[in-house]
Ligand binder design. Sequence first.
Ligand code: GTP
Ligand code: MG
Length: 151
Amino acid sequence: PERTFIAIKPDGVQRGLIAEILSRFERKGYKLVAIKLVLPSKEFAQKHYHDLKDRPFFDGLCDFLSSGPVLAMVWEGEGVIKYGRKLIGATDPQKSEPGTIRGDLAVVVGRNIIHGSDGPETAKDEIALWFEPTELVSYTSNAEKWLYGVN
Ligand code: GTP
Ligand code: MG
C-alpha cells in the first residue's frame, strides 16, 4: 500500500492546528499508520532537507524546523503521495489555492505549517529517516470496504 510522510512543522503545532490538519487527511479517507511528536535537532533537520542544502534559505529552514515540536506522521492510501500534496497546496501560501491546507491556514513560504513527501522515493527515505519500522502500524480499517469497494 502507498504511504507518505507528512509532518506538521513547529508553526502548525504552536498555532494549534494539529486537529484541523489531521481531520483533513482523516476525512479524505487516508489511514494513519504512524504518529509521534518529535523535537528534531538542527542536524536532523539538515538530513531531512538535504536536497535543499545549496539554497540560500537552507540554514534558516533548518533552524525553523528544529525550533519546536514537529508532529511526524505516516499516512496510507491509494494515491496518497500525490494527492496528499494537493491537500497541502503550493509551497508558497501566497500561491496556494483556497481550500488547501496552506491556502487556508498559512501566509508566507517560510512558515507554511506542513510538509509532505514529493514522490515515492522521498516518501520511502523520509519514512525511514523519521520512523523505526516497528513504529509503523499495519491494520485493516473498517472504512476500507466503503472507501474502495469490494471485488
Ligand atoms: P515541503 O513539503 O516542506 O518539502 O515543501 P515543498 O515540497 O512544497 O517545497 P520544497 O521542498 O521546495 O521546500 C521545502 C521548504 O523550504 C518549503 O516548505 C518552505 O518552507 C521552504 N522554502 C522553499 N522555498 C523557499 C523560499 O524561497 N524562501 C524561504 N524562506 N523558504 C522556502
Ligand atoms: Mg519538499
